[in-house]
Write a protein that binds this ligand. Structure first.
Ligand SMILES: [Zn+2]
Ligand SMILES: [Zn+2]
Length: 632
């Protein structure tokens, strides 16, 4: 298959291997050749490809979701904000074309979908949610790019030097899409797909090359202004370098440095010098840049330090130090965040794992920068920033010139930072409560819940073991007599009591506006041990009131096991009338009061901690623009 032709410019042979190829780039003269019905036509000439640290090359074969493909074309595009990226064109055996974009070591594979219904470029506001190709996406970025260079076979009419507008969309779980608006003269084309690894594409040799490339350490270059030796850790991605020796801002284009301007400013010494290794989650990052940023709020300027970390396989991270409070910050794809609206009291953001409460908004300014950066950094640069917190995490949204970025910071202690770096870090005493500083004694709540659960369990076991059981039940006839001060003395029949179980004695008598008073001794018939107690019963009532009860219960402590009887002296108000009383002895009654006491005992310390915790939260939220009114 394929069509052979001749380059109309230099006469070299040109192959159109794929039926649906629209243009091919001549290997010999870099002319872009379009295939017509019968003839070929030159569209223009592309610049030489810039050597990048890509693990891919033309004509590699791979397999994605069980369909074989070949890498047949490549284009290099320049982002409107600077920086190049590569796009590779995959010809699949089933006739589809795959677009494989390579940016900062990450690959996104997309396929063209019917583009109907995507919003216009103007309404593609970063951060807003749109649907494309049947999925829901957040707009991450919109901008302009230029076709710079190309090679191989291309599935569209590539015009060298032409500019086009695009919007990048980020979805849930690695979903990715991009809308190509072209120059605006035609309908936009939407490409939908996802982030992929080289392994997903079955490009195993390329994967090995990618790993080998990651082992390549910094590229040594010298400052074109002062000649100082600089080590570029990410020569492929860095766009600006600020020389730490002469404070000159350099434009970095794939390792070639060009002087832009020299800054006049007092030096700031970073706590972590450039080149420091900082290990987080077992990845050895290098500190490649240092920033100082500040924001003004109600006339007060807040300043903090940010360190840009880089590792070729993992990419960029940040280490932030704000008033002695440190955070390790990782990027979060825009598509993972749910945030309906922001900037108002009570606003929340979700990242699929946690919900965060809005904390501050502001437009921080870069006051000082030194090192290597992946964007066109300048002092005085501002971004619009919103912070949301759920200690120990902080979710931050930064918006700048057509682009939204989200990141998640995790609070790290000074000791963790000092332990993670290969040089000692100067300690700044932490001031106040950090926005995402976790409450240190929070664990006590877990212990408290555990202890309470254990106490409850123990109580339930005791209750089950000490089932309430009847020891004795007896009725006594109360005879009439004529001396109100005389007691009727009665003895119960003997009954058995168990050891280690409390004893409950209840007396009932049908008194009515009257009383019965019983003085009782519980006597062990073998040892003579006695427990004395009284059982006053009184019950009065009128037309709409009543007082007392016809029953009285006493709880006695456990006694040793054995045979017992009750010896009782009974006085009555109505001694001249016949009546009766019943005595009911039981054992092992569960008493909620003991459980309650135990629970309160366990709770004293956590209650103190809770009060302290509330004060701690008040101090945290005193720094917020969005503190709840009832917290103030
Ligand atoms: Zn040619
Ligand atoms: Zn220099």
């Amino acid at each position: 298959m394929g069509v052979a032709a001749q380059c109309p410019v230099c006469g070299a042979p040109i192959q159109f291997r794929i039926n649906t190829t629209l243009v091919a780039v001549c290997d010999s003269c870099d002319s872009v050749i379009a295939r017509g019905d019968r003839t070929v036509e030159q569209i223009g000439k592309v610049a030489d490809l810039v050597a990048t640290r890509t693990p891919l090359e033309l004509w590699l074969e791979g397999r994605y979701e069980n369909v074989r493909f070949q890498v047949v074309g490549r284009a290099q595009l320049r982002h409107g904000k600077g920086g190049l990226w590569d796009e590779w064109y995959l010809a699949f055996d089933d006739g589809r074309w795959g677009w494989l974009a390579e940016a900062q070591g990450t690959f996104y594979l997309t396929f063209a979908v019917d583009g109907g219904g995507v919003p216009d470029y103007e309404t593609m506001v970063p951060g807003c949610t749109i649907s494309a190709g049947g999925g829901s996406f957040n707009v991450a970025e919109r901008g302009e790019a230029e076709q710079v260079s190309a090679a191989g076979e291309i599935p569209y009419r590539l015009v060298p030097g032409s500019k086009f507008r695009f919007a990048d969309l980020s979805g849930h779980d690695g979903a990715f899409a991009t809308v190509d608006y072209g120059d605006g003269s035609e309908d936009p084309t939407t490409y939908v797909g996802r982030e992929v690894t080289l392994a997903d594409l079955g490009l195993h040799d390329a994967e090995l090359r990618q790993n080998a490339l990651a082992e390549v350490t910094a590229e040594a270059v010298s400052c074109p202004n002062c000649g100082g030796s600089l080590e570029l850790a990410a020569p492929d991605q860095s766009q600006r370098v600020i020389c730490p020796y002469c404070d000159t801002v350099l434009d970095a284009d794939h390792g070639t440095l060009k002087k832009l301007k020299t800054l006049r400013r007092p030096k700031v010494e970073p706590k972590l010098p450039l080149g420091t290794t900082a290990t987080f989650d077992r990845v050895h990052y290098k500190v490649i840049g240092f920033l100082q940023r500040s924001v003004k709020s109600w006339g007060v300027t807040y300043t903090w330090d940010e360190y840009l970390l880089y590792e070729p396989r993992s990419g960029y991270r940040w280490l932030v130090c704000n008033s002695g409070h440190w955070s390790f910050v990782e990027p979060v794809p825009v598509g993972e965040i749910k945030c309906a609206a922001s900037g108002y009291q009570g606003a929340e953001a979700e990242d699929g794992e946690r919900t965060y409460k809005i904390f501050t908004t502001g437009k921080p300014r870069i006051d000082y920068a030194v090192g290597e950066f992946y964007w066109h950094i300048f002092e005085g640069q501002r971004t619009h920033m919103i912070d949301y917190v759920n200690p120990p995490y902080m979710l931050s949204r930064e918006e700048d010139d057509g682009e939204v970025n989200w990141s998640c910071g995790r609070y790290v202690t000074y000791d963790e930072v000092n332990g993670a770096t290969d040089c000692p870090v100067a300690r700044t005493p932490a001031a106040g409560v950090g926005a995402n500083q976790p409450y240190p004694a929070k664990d006590i709540y877990v212990f408290w819940a555990l202890a309470a659960a254990l106490a409850l369990l123990a109580t339930l076991v005791v209750k089950a073991h000490q089932a309430d059981h009847l020891a004795h039940d007896e009725r006594f006839e109360l005879t009439t007599h004529f001396n109100k001060d005389a007691a009727q003395v009665v003895f119960s029949k003997p009954f058995e009591l168990k050891a280690h179980q409390n004893i409950i004695v209840r007396a009932d008598s049908p008194v009515d506006n009257s009383w019965v008073y019983i003085e009782a001794d519980l006597v062990n018939t073998e040892t003579g041990a006695v427990a004395a107690f009284t059982l006053p019963i009184e019950y009065y009532h009128g037309y709409d009131w009543k007082e007392g009860a016809r029953s009285k219960t006493r709880y006695l402590s456990a006694m040793s096991s054995g045979t017992y009887l009750l010896r009782m002296g009974i006085w009555r108000k109505n001694y001249f009338r016949k009546s009766y009383a019943t005595i009911h002895v039981s054992q092992g009654k569960f008493r909620a009061r003991y459980w309650l006491l135990l629970f309160l005992g366990i709770s004293i310390i956590p209650i103190g901690v809770a009060i302290h915790h509330r004060k701690f939260e008040k101090r945290r939220w005193s720094e917020s623009d969005y503190a709840d009114d009832d917290d103030e």
